[in-house]
Write a protein that binds this ligand. Structure first.
Ligand code: GAR
Length: 221
């Protein structure tokens, strides 16, 4: 089977970007990252792209007449490289219609909470402050509103008594690095079916695979 061509959009550290690179390198994911686009010239994601010989572009909205123009140009650059799936990996902007129309149900995002709870910025902090007992992460397709598109995979972690935003984020991030490459792999195998807002994945049992407590010891007291 031919390799799935991916375009990644990232604004910062890029650890999710790295988890996809690693999965490709280890041949568990039959894909090629054709391009990284970042809106932040200081993003560490750029260093990762350089290290792994991945083409990248720095594009900032202020260089364009309008936000729509910014996303039109992003769509053009992705299409030029025959990208089939767009992956938002810590891309801190709301994607606008021109890019969504260019890639319908072909843009994925990862969010650090169990959507539809705690959308937007600082999903982990929101969960802590709300007093949620379970949180996690969500991979979903992107639509025109923030964090509302069809859900592909979710993974849950407990919120612990002494958690801080940092400790909860760290626990969630470990799962992000598992479920994001997994969602892309399922897509690359043609196993994702979208009906309305419901995603069906052929031959897949979520609850066994992804409800997990990665670092909670039994009887910690
Ligand atoms: C991740 O935790 C991701 O879920 C979150 O930003 C972080 C990026 O980390 N995304 C959002 O909050 C989107 N609303 P990374 O740059 O190391 O991948």
């Amino acid at each position: 089977m031919s390799k799935l061509k991916i375009g990644v959009l990232a604004s910062g550290r890029g650890s999710n970007f790295q988890s996809i690179i690693d999965e490709i390198k280890s041949k568990r994911l039959n894909a090629k990252i054709a391009l990284l686009i970042t809106d932040n010239p200081l993003a560490f994601a750029i260093e990762r792209a350089k290290k792994h010989g991945i083409d990248y572009l720095v594009m900032m909205p202020k260089e364009f007449r309008s936000k729509d123009d910014f996303f039109i140009k992003i769509a053009e650059e992705l299409k030029k490289r025959h990208v089939e799936l767009v992956v938002l990996a810590g891309f801190m902007r709301i994607v606008r219609k021109p890019l969504i129309d260019a890639f319908p149900n072909r843009i994925m995002n990862i969010h650090p909470a169990l959507l539809p709870a705690f959308p937007g910025l600082h999903g982990q902090k929101q969960a802590l402050e709300y007093g949620a007992k379970i949180s996690g992460c969500t991979v979903h397709f992107v639509d025109e509103r923030m964090d509302t598109g069809p859900i592909i995979i979710q993974a849950a972690v407990p919120v612990l008594k002494d958690d801080t935003e940092e400790s909860l984020s760290e626990r969630i991030l470990k799962l992000e690095h598992k479920i994001y490459p997994e969602a892309i792999r399922l897509y690359s195998e043609g196993r994702i079916e979208v009906r309305g807002r419901v995603v069906n994945i052929k031959g897949y049992n979520f609850s066994e695979a992804f409800i997990t407590n990665p670092d909670v010891k039994k009887n910690p007291e």
